[in-house]
Design a protein around this ligand. Structure first.
Ligand SMILES: [Zn+2]
Ligand SMILES: [Zn+2]
Length: 191
């Protein structure tokens, strides 16, 4: 062996090892990343509850969702307008389907986080449909007056057949009005 006159000195590498798979991590968040590496569970920083890695704490998530929901504007439900569950988009178009769901999930009206729905009356056709069909220096398509009138008629027909679907809105029906609405309709049906 040859001995070199160089600059060697002993040095230990700073870092963290995942003791399960023996991957070595260096840098600012090395401890965090090495812990994450082969972890199966995590602990919620807020409530201390354990949950599966790459998921989130259900308890805290629900609390946050509830807090958001509680801030929505409250309106009185008329017993007829479609309702939806805010966090998982289940729609109820009549009182019976709402009753069935409450029975099925064994939960209260308050637990459901119901919201009002906005009707979608369908698309509105306008001059934009010509965007990719005209030279850049043209303002209006040929026969614009006739086309515009026809489009207005088409829009009228589309909207007259609406709602084509419903969207969950960030507006809460008051729990009392839902209770009142559901009992009222049930009584009415049994008469
Ligand atoms: Zn690992
Ligand atoms: Zn938590």
């Amino acid at each position: 062996m040859t001995t070199y006159i160089g600059h060697a000195a002993p040095k230990t590498l700073e870092g963290y090892e995942c003791t399960k798979c023996h991957r070595f991590y260096q840098g600012e968040s090395a401890e965090h990343v090495a812990n994450y590496c082969c972890a199966e569970k995590a602990i919620c920083d807020d409530c201390g509850q354990e949950f599966k890695k790459d998921h989130w704490c259900k308890t805290c998530h629900q609390k946050k969702q509830r807090a958001k929901y509680d801030k929505f504007k409250v309106v009185e439900w008329d017993g007829k307008a479609p309702l939806a569950t805010w966090d998982d988009d289940k729609f109820f178009f009549d009182v019976d389907s709402l009753h069935d769901y409450i029975d099925e999930c064994d939960c209260s009206i308050d637990d459901l986080m119901l919201v009002m729905c906005t009707p979608d009356m369908g698309p509105t056709v306008d001059a934009d449909i010509f965007t990719d069909h005209m030279p850049e220096d043209w303002d209006e398509p040929k026969g614009w007056d006739e086309i515009r009138e026809a489009m207005a008629n088409l829009n009228k027909v589309i909207h007259s057949h609406g709602p084509h679907c419903w969207w969950a809105d960030n507006v809460r029906p008051s729990v009392e009005s839902v209770k009142r609405g559901t009992t009222y309709t049930k009584q009415e049906a049994s008469q």
